[in-house]
Design a protein around this ligand. Sequence first.
Ligand SMILES: C[S@@+](CC[C@H](N)C(=O)[O-])C[C@H]1O[C@@H](n2cnc3c(N)ncnc32)[C@H](O)[C@@H]1O
Length: 242
Amino acid sequence: MSEVKELRFFGRRKGKAIKQSKQRLIDDLLPRLKPVLPEDGTLFDMRKFFGINPREIWLEVGFGGGEHVAELAKMYPNVGILGAEPFINGVASLLAHLNGSHEQVTVHTNLEQGRVDNVRIWPDDVRDLFPFLPDGLFKRIFVLYPDPWPKARHAERRFINQANLKHLNRLLADDGQLFVATDVDAYAQWAVEQVEIGGHFKQINADISLSPIDWVPTRYEKKGIAAGRMPTYLVFSKKRPK
Ligand SMILES: C[S@@+](CC[C@H](N)C(=O)[O-])C[C@H]1O[C@@H](n2cnc3c(N)ncnc32)[C@H](O)[C@@H]1O
């Protein structure tokens, strides 16, 4: 575990000053949704941590402003969704989506009316969570528009890498799917190469320009399309051991 604690996060943790209303959500709502990890080295029983009895659990790595997590949670009220994001302004944004205050002035710390309690938030580097989670926990894992770190000397910062793919493979259910989307062609190529090198996943979508069924575009995806960048969608399943 000490090996994981030493991992360095290279992205932003904080942006603009957070409004008082959002700070209240961070202080009052986030502690109810954030996993408290066992200190005795045991695994964290994520299934029991949702406010519902989840049919399955999905993970979103780096949810940005949280629109995708919030929308999926509405579309799939029986699914437990765990989102990880170290950028605290993004966490605040997801909390506001969950409690329905995103576009409103008034703030209450409960969930918005009609929403079920199926989202949990890890407001930090997802890699710190990996050692605490059991094999096969997630039916779907989303890595959407990961930071591309285009310079060759920063290649080891790219989230799709050998170490993370190994963890994601262990955490994915045998019949689960890993979704990676990017609008940086070099990153798509990198991701495919990394998956091939690792040899744990196989790509299962033939047309990488077509969004998978029920696809909800993220904020980055919408911005990219508006700016003329085209998404690449990669869907992987686990390779069966021979
Ligand atoms: C380019 S943004 C994309 C945000 C969002 N997925 C979207 O498509 O709108 C990439 C996000 O991944 C987050 N991120 C990077 N490394 C991460 C890690 N190790 N654990 C969790 N989040 C991470 C960053 O903080 C950033 O918000």
